[in-house]
Design a protein around this ligand. Structure first.
Ligand code: AVJ
Ligand code: FE
Length: 447
């Protein structure tokens, strides 16, 4: 049927897009030495990410969904993220860059062959016999593999940012000015319920559901993410030296790491410069601050007389439509993101200035929720009520209740297929090599 054909064409196109991006960050960008090197103990050598992507695709699309035998049973262990901590991967007998590429190409060729004959359960859902969700239902397992590759592409960009040496990544477009900085600094969100999470999004991970009603008190939330200019006022006010703004854990980190600015910043005259993908430049004042960790975000919020939003407050601001009472897929509606709505997909190598995307505003008037920078929330990552693992525990469930903090909204480096208003990311509170920023919230009645 036609709908099935269209779904397959989309999948094939997205598979191709993700692979171009992966190759562009690895084989096409660096020589063997640069691909095999460990650029930071926090990250894998890029060649590990490259073959891991192909191995994951083989495991899920060829073996789990396609019932085929392993192409390379000998390498599964090498590319198992749980067996091998990132810092150790450089010591493994990894596939060389060219071998990794050939392996990936071989997997991809078989995947495209198998796609032709597969039943995606479109438009008729293809449920598993026990009534549970099936791997192929509405193309789910293909969407999972596409998103997985894009997630690793974002991780590889973080590795590029940590790498020193000659710049290799080129900017697609020059810097852009804000269209109009938000007039109102904060938006008021009246008390009331909204639907959090989703049950039927064909791209959603298990942790995005079940959908459930959440009732929140009234609160204010920043219209845009906190900018470098605002963050610099916190620094200049001695924010990194004042114990009072930090939690106990945050201050311990501050002392141990002895930092006084976001990652990659250095003092330059009266101001700050930063290293971005191998180039040194002045920190632009109207861009959202990035490369701050949860503790820095929370300390800034305390200094500003505010706090971080909870995950539910973030999601309500990002999708609740008070006109209809419905929750949207994106702040601007259900349409797929384009460049008017949000800065996503590595079109440029950094966030857009605050106020750059008024067309991406939510019904409540909150801006830049999707794209630009991942936003720290105050919530510890856990399952929603009635959570059911699908299709494997190691994607989400093993990370529940371990102290990971939830980040929302995606960054400039996140591919549009790998984020929506229900998407949940998480990381350790001390991590700041990711493209992370934040916005603040506070309790309160309307003014
Ligand atoms: C959801 C972004 C936290 O990168 O660790 C990649 C995604 N899972 N491979 C990660 C993931 C398996 C995951 N995050
Ligand atoms: Fe992975």
């Amino acid at each position: 049927n036609q709908e099935q054909e269209r779904a397959k064409e989309r999948i094939a196109a997205e598979l191709d897009r993700s692979r171009r991006r992966s190759n562009g960050l690895t084989i096409d960008a660096l020589d063997e030495e640069g691909l095999l090197a460990q650029h930071s103990p926090l990250m894998s050598p890029l060649v590990w990410d490259l073959a891991h992507i192909g191995n994951y695709e083989e495991q899920w699309l060829l073996r789990a969904a396609g019932g085929r035998e392993a192409l390379r049973p000998d390498i599964d262990g090498l590319y198992d993220a749980f067996e091998n901590p990132r810092a150790d991967r450089v010591t493994l007998p990894l596939l060389r860059p060219q071998e990794a590429r050939e392996y990936n190409d071989r997997v991809r060729k078989e995947v495209l062959d198998s796609l032709e004959s597969v039943d995606l359960g479109v438009p008729e859902p293809r449920e598993a016999p026990d009534g549970r969700r099936s791997l192929l239902d509405a193309g789910f397992v293909f969407h999972m593999v596409i998103q997985h590759e894009h997630q690793h592409d974002e991780t590889m960009l973080a590795t590029h940012q940590l790498r020193t040496g000659e710049p290799v990544l080129l900017e697609d477009v020059g810097t852009v000015a804000a269209l109009r900085p938000p007039v109102e600094e904060e938006v008021f969100v009246p008390e009331g319920g909204f639907t959090m999470g989703t049950d039927d999004d064909p791209w959603a991970y298990d942790n995005e559901g079940p959908s459930h009603e959440v009732v929140l008190g009234p609160y204010w939330i920043d219209t845009a993410p906190v900018t470098n200019a605002a963050y610099q006022r916190f620094i200049e006010d001695g924010g990194y030296q004042s114990r009072r703004w930090w939690t106990r854990e945050g201050w311990e980190w501050r002392e141990r790491a002895s930092v006084r600015a976001p990652a990659f910043w250095s003092p330059e005259g009266d101001g700050w410069s930063r290293r971005r993908f191998g180039r040194q430049e002045m920190v632009p004042s109207d861009e959202p601050v990035q490369h701050v960790n949860f503790h820095e975000a929370a300390a800034y919020a305390a200094w500003a007389g505010k706090r971080l939003p909870t995950e539910a407050e973030w999601e309500k601001a990002a999708r609740f439509d008070p006109g209809t009472g419905r929750s949207r897929r994106y702040p601007w509606g259900d349409d797929e993101p384009d460049s008017r709505h949000a800065n996503l997909g590595q079109r440029k190598l950094g966030p857009s200035p605050a106020g750059r995307h008024p067309d991406g505003a939510s019904p409540l008037g909150v801006q830049q929720l999707i794209g630009d920078v991942w936003e720290w929330t105050s919530t510890t990552f856990t399952g929603y009520p009635g959570f059911r693992t699908f299709p494997y525990r190691e994607y989400s469930e093993v990370f529940f209740d371990q102290g990971y903090k939830v980040l929302r909204g995606g960054s400039w480096a996140t591919h549009p297929t790998a984020v929506r208003s229900t998407f949940r990311n998480w990381d350790h509170a001390i991590r700041r090599q990711i493209f992370s920023g934040f916005r603040c919230a506070r309790d309160g009645e309307s003014a």
